[in-house]
Ligand binder design. Structure first.
Ligand code: BG6
Length: 466
């Protein structure tokens, strides 16, 4: 029997733009806008307008979450909902009322609300006017929005996070073309990454000066542990360099207050270093996180690049230092196209224990996206044994690490209720609770009942098959 710590966060994560719907929202975010101009890029042309209707059904939804035994839930406050005037950061009173009601309802149901501030949902006006995260003015506007959140909700929200997966913003918007505006520009990507870190550190500074002594603030990072294709030095080097950019950029800056020196040297050599001031670096150094949320879905395997990184290229791209590698025989979630490798969670935990001062952290997302889940409907309930297996295997490795001293205080599944997911819209279902997107009827899946027992007992009867 696997035993988990007594005060463990057993929960699940969603975000404002993916659950609430656009009802009564004054501004459009990047995805709202993208859907307006190019609906065909979204799976079955399903957009964010209704999402899972949380704006209207939050009471019932929170009740269902409670029935799944969740003792903590993460969502995010939408910048595009809370703020009326994006330049002066005045708040919208209906939005303040809405988030107050949501937070109060979570607390009334005995669920700890964990609030994140930015989940890929920059107001599109700030992109059109200033280039979005390319601009340091936008960094300051974000800090203004964050300050309003602390002011209005900080009396009840004890756990705050600045960004969700900032590296996905960098990769999607500035490198690999999977988020609007699909720019391909390595140098801009580097500046955006730096500005996102600066925004996080400045928001943390604002939080600390607001004087919430009993509360904590952190950042949510998606880590994809690197595994080299072979133990040969060229593959090891490729893996190391990928790791520096993909994982350590935000980890080091957020936890240690400094960017990895090797990465800085590489960017200098490429003439691609971000523009900065000493004052900004001091803010980053002084405002490290209280705790981390780690999203883990899949490992990242790489091999040496096809061409030497010293080849002549006009444009710098960070991924010229490695080549993605598909390990033969790897285990896959075929629906989503991601490798399943639960032991990576143990590797992450050891890395945090050994290289990041064993800082307090929790698994802020993990989960299994499955398409066409109706095929597993039995008597009106989705029998998602594969999800129970997936979670169990990850918890097995997490438990090993905790027994060895890892400072992990929770496990949050993505997601409580099937929600809308960017370009994939409703293709991959991850929830403990299913959503019928035509009727908005929500039904607890088998995994939801199983999770309740897990959360109530803090025990898991599971061993790995050899
Ligand atoms: C995570 C994001 O990386 O992946 C979520 O934080 C997202 O916002 C989730 O919904 C699942 O993504 P997808 O594309 O498989 O539905």
């Amino acid at each position: 029997m696997l035993e988990f710590p007594k005060k463990f966060w057993w929960g699940a994560a969603t975000s404002g733009p993916q659950s609430e719907g656009r009802f009564d929202k004054k501004h459009a975010n990047m995805f709202d806008y993208w859907y307006e101009i190019e609906p065909e890029v979204f799976y079955k042309q399903q957009g964010p307008d209704t999402a899972s209707n949380f704006y209207n059904s939050y009471k019932k939804d929170i009740q269902l979450m409670k029935e799944c035994g969740l003792n903590s839930v993460r969502t995010s406050i939408q910048w595009t909902r809370l703020i009326d005037d994006l330049e002066t950061n005045t708040v919208n009173s209906e939005a303040v009322d809405f988030y107050n009601r949501v937070i109060d309802e979570f607390i009334a149901q005995g669920i700890e609300p964990i609030i994140n501030l930015h989940h890929f949902d920059l107001p599109v006006e700030l992109y059109h006017k200033y280039g979005g995260w390319e601009s340091k003015h936008v960094v300051d506007l974000f800090v203004g929005f964050a300050t309003q959140c602390f002011k209005h909700f900080g009396d009840r929200v004890k756990y705050w996070f600045t960004h969700n997966e900032p590296m996905v913003v960098v990769e999607g918007e500035y490198l690999y073309e999977f988020h609007y505006p699909k720019i391909v520009d390595g140098k801009k990507a580097v500046q955006v990454a730096y500005n996102l870190q600066l925004a996080s550190s400045k928001a943390i500074e604002a939080f600390r000066t607001s004087g919430f002594k009993e509360s904590q603030i952190g950042i949510i990072l998606n880590l994809t542990p690197l595994y080299p294709a072979t133990e040969e030095s060229a593959d090891l080097l490729a893996s190391h360099q990928a790791d520096l950019w993909i994982n350590r950029f935000f980890m080091d800056a957020s936890v240690k207050g400094q960017f990895p020196t090797e990465l800085v040297a590489m960017l200098q050599k490429e003439d691609a270093l971000w523009s900065y001031t000493d004052e900004e670096l001091a803010i980053i150094a002084e405002n490290t996180v209280d705790q981390l949320g780690i999203n883990f879905y899949h490992p990242h395997r790489v091999e040496r690049p096809e061409f030497s990184p010293n080849s002549l290229a006009v444009d710098f791209m960070p991924n010229k230092y490695w080549k993605d590698y598909e390990m033969p025989g790897r285990r896959m979630n075929v629906d989503k196209g991601w490798e399943i490798y639960p032991k990576a969670l143990y590797d992450i935990a050891k890395d945090i224990q050994e290289n990041y001062g064993n800082i307090s952290w929790f698994v802020s997302e993990n989960g299994m996206g499955v398409s066409n889940e109706e095929r597993y409907l039995v008597d009106g309930r989705i029998e998602d044994d594969y999800r129970i297996q997936f979670i169990s295997e990850h918890l097995y490795w997490l438990n090993q690490a905790i027994q060895e001293g890892a400072n992990c205080h929770g496990y949050h599944l993505w997601t409580p209720i099937d929600c809308w997911s960017w370009m994939n819209a409703y293709r991959n279902r991850y929830g403990l609770i299913s959503t019928n997107i035509h009727t908005q009827v929500k039904t607890i899946k088998k995994s939801g009942y199983w999770f309740k027992e897990l959360s109530e007992t803090g025990q898991l009867d599971f061993s790995l098959e050899e």
